[in-house]
Design a protein around this ligand. Structure first.
Ligand code: ATP
Ligand code: MG
Length: 286
């Protein structure tokens, strides 16, 4: 029988939409009725299990799923015997300690002897051990941020992205103890056939990520500016330079990295570039 990959993704929550988007951008499609727990792709040998994120590392360790997408925080907290196959760059957040807003914060020793509410006992323990602090950890599975206001704890250790939830619960963030993003995790004992499917998937993810990190740029330039502009635009090999119908003018095409983008644009204008167009790249095979 031909192997098919089983990929576990979050059923509903902060990872779900972007996990499915990434899979679709890899050209892998499936029909997913909202209430279904399983879906089979019709154009790639894969099926998808929709689960709570807490359960995904365990399913991947046991081989129920070959791959899974979870937050790195969940992967580390669950501490299962699995592979980190690839960082995915979305759902970036941090795990932080927060205390009531009106308290002064003198440094990590503030937490000595305190009662801290969290869903991330392992990661918090690692932090406390490193700081040689002892504190009581109060494990709760949700709505951690209300713990201080109802007298359940002196502080919380929870996921933060903008900090607005903390603020509206009268808390302030004082220490970041872990930074997280979505990760693709894998079972350690995948068959050769499955490994080759995983390689195909990772290759596609790399192409999607490279495309998203780059822009295609087209511009016009007079003859005398070409050398300076080509120096500014390394491209994948080197820029394309094609003559325009107007004598003495050329069109130059290249690829620029998103994070260097504005700086390069300024320099191109100074070098004499005109009519600059910037176009998204869907995929880039690197
Ligand atoms: P489930 O019902 O599947 O157990 P959950 O409530 O545990 O879901 P979510 O809140 O959906 O989890 O978050 C899933 C993951 O998304 C977190 O483990 C974290 O990695 C990431 N995450 C959480 N909050 C944010 C945020 N505010 N911004 C970005 N990423 C976040
Ligand atoms: Mg969860």
């Amino acid at each position: 029988m031909k192997d098919i990959l089983r990929i576990a993704i979050q059923k509903s929550g902060r990872l779900s939409e972007q996990s499915i988007k990434l899979i679709n951008e890899c050209g892998i499609h499936f029909n997913n009725g909202k209430s279904r727990l399983k879906a089979v792709s019709y154009n790639f040998p894969a099926e998808f299990l929709f689960l709570r994120d807490d359960d995904i590392p365990g399913y991947v360790e046991d081989g129920i799923a070959d791959l899974g997408i979870v937050g790195e925080n969940e992967m580390v907290e669950k501490d299962k015997d699995i592979l980190l196959v690839k960082r995915l760059g979305f759902s970036k957040c941090r795990l932080s300690l927060a205390i009531p807003r009106d308290k002064e914060y003198p440094g990590p020793h503030y937490f000595e002897g305190k009662n801290i509410a969290t869903s991330y006992t392992r990661i918090l323990n690692q932090f406390l051990e490193k700081q040689q602090l002892s504190a009581q950890i109060h494990e709760i599975s949700g709505s951690v941020e209300i713990a201080p206001s109802i007298g359940l704890a002196d502080a919380v250790c929870d996921i933060v992205s903008s900090g607005s939830t903390l603020l509206s619960n009268g808390l302030k963030e004082v220490e970041t103890i872990f930074r997280s993003e979505a990760v693709l995790i894998g079972n350690k004992a995948a068959s050769e056939q499955k490994k080759s499917l995983i390689d195909q998937l990772v290759f596609r993810i790399n192409s999607v990520q490279a495309g998203q990190g780059n822009k295609y740029i087209l511009l016009n330039a007079p003859e005398e500016s070409i050398d300076a502009i080509v120096d500014l635009l390394p491209g994948m090999r080197s820029p394309t330079v094609v003559p325009l119908a107007t004598k003495g003018w050329h069109s130059i095409h290249s690829v620029v990295q998103e994070d260097q983008f504005w700086e390069v644009i300024e320099k191109l204008r100074e070098a004499g570039a005109e009519g600059i167009l910037v176009v998204p790249i869907e995929k880039m095979i690197v």
